[in-house]
Design a protein around this ligand. Structure first.
Ligand code: NAI
Length: 344
């Protein structure tokens, strides 16, 4: 039976409370199948600074590299000043080029839309996240948007292979290649080529992103898999979260060649930190993705059973109204975790 080591970054803001809740649920679920995970606490972000370490201590990078997986809470990035994003640094350091974010209607969560079932695939290493910004002359600053053929082909190939394996029907690229003819043009061309050469069995379309946003909020059912460059993927992820009940219900995985980091789409939510009211579900759903990933890549099929137990348990909670406040319920973070455990 498996006892796979998983480094855990609790993160900042609501990170520690939701992470504690999630670890408790996952432990209870995998134990039911006689399996276990060995959590390896590592630090990054403001909490690392508080402990007198660097923002991302080398020991954290070493542990993640050794275990080839991590579960990560959200990390704060200061706005308009201060240090650069730890999240971006981790994705770049480990070349986690594909962010996968399933966005689905949840049972028991009332929204304007029924049966939303989207998968967002975001290129995670380039675009305006190159972090190359400079002051050209006083009063004039610029930010460099980078696209390489290698990265555009890599994400397109990954997205089509993923969609094909999951028996999805269609990939839509949202872009602005009418204005950014070189960068977005390259992204679009690579996706179009991969489709034509390797996956003509899948439907493929492209939409200029401004009209795409309008179409998404009018009728999300016209989309299936969305393939986007880095910044658009970031923005559209939150827009799509709004279609299904908010940031509390959208998980994510950052996938690389042989290493993956699982984290929710949301941030550290400083406005509600420390109050035991944050929804741990998005991170819990990310841990379900992680268990399935480990089951597949580490020959640990018993973890898949644990993932399924968790999924059924949180669905049952939502259906019976056991929810956190963001979803219209009354449970606190830890109470929701206890409710899920009671239904395992
Ligand atoms: P945010 O996602 O933290 O919060 C946006 C809104 O959603 C807030 O009103 C918040 O209370 C609510 N919210 C978020 N997660 C929630 C949850 N689990 N349960 C209930 N409500 C939830 O975005 P914001 O405020 O723009 O960013 C805060 C910080 O997080 C920033 O420093 C940002 O850089 C960082 N961030 C980190 C990410 C990561 O670690 N991957 C991703 C996004 C933002």
């Amino acid at each position: 039976m498996s006892s796979i080591e998983v480094p855990v970054i609790a993160g900042d803001g609501i990170g520690p409370e939701i992470t504690a809740a999630v670890l408790k649920v996952v432990d209870a679920a995998v134990e039911r199948n006689g399996a276990s995970l060995k959590w390896v606490p590592v630090t990054a972000g403001l909490s690392a600074l508080d402990e007198g370490s660097e923002l991302i201590p080398q020991s954290t990078l070493d542990e993640i590299a050794r275990c080839r997986v991590a579960l990560k809470g959200p990390c704060t990035t200061p706005v308009g000043e201060g240090f650069t994003s730890i999240n971006v640094k981790l994705r770049k350091t480990f070349n986690l080029y594909a962010a996968v974010r399933p966005v689905r209607s949840m049972p028991g969560v009332e929204t304007r839309y029924k049966d939303v079932d989207l998968i967002i695939i975001r290129e995670n290493t380039e675009g305006l996240y190159s972090g190359v910004e400079n002051e050209v002359t006083p009063g004039v600053v610029m930010s460099m948007k980078v696209a390489s053929k290698e990265a555009c082909q890599r994400i397109a190939t990954w997205a089509f292979r993923f969609a094909n394996r999951r028996e999805r029907k269609k990939i839509t690229v949202l872009h602005k290649a009418n204005i950014m003819k070189l960068t977005d043009g390259l992204f679009l061309k690579c996706a179009s080529d991969v489709h034509a050469n390797d996956y003509p069995n899948l439907a493929f379309e492209s939409t200029i992103i401004d009209a795409g946003c309008m179409k998404l909020v009018q009728d999300p059912s016209q989309f299936d898999v969305l393939l986007l460059e880095n910044l658009y993927g970031d923005v559209i992820s939150d827009l799509c979260a709004g279609l299904v009940g908010g940031l509390g219900v959208v998980p994510g995985a950052n996938i690389g060649q042989d290493l993956s980091i699982f984290e929710a789409v949301h941030g550290s939510a400083p406005d509600i930190a420390g109050q035991n009211i944050a929804n741990p579900l998005a991170l819990l759903m990310s841990s379900v993705m992680m268990l399935n990933f480990l089951a597949e890549t580490r020959q640990a099929p018993e973890l898949r059973a644990g993932a399924e137990l968790i999924r059924k348990a949180y669905d049952a909670c939502l259906i019976s109204g056991e929810k956190t406040r963001d979803l219209g319920g009354e449970l606190g973070t830890s109470e929701f975790a206890d409710a899920v455990i009671a239904r395992l």
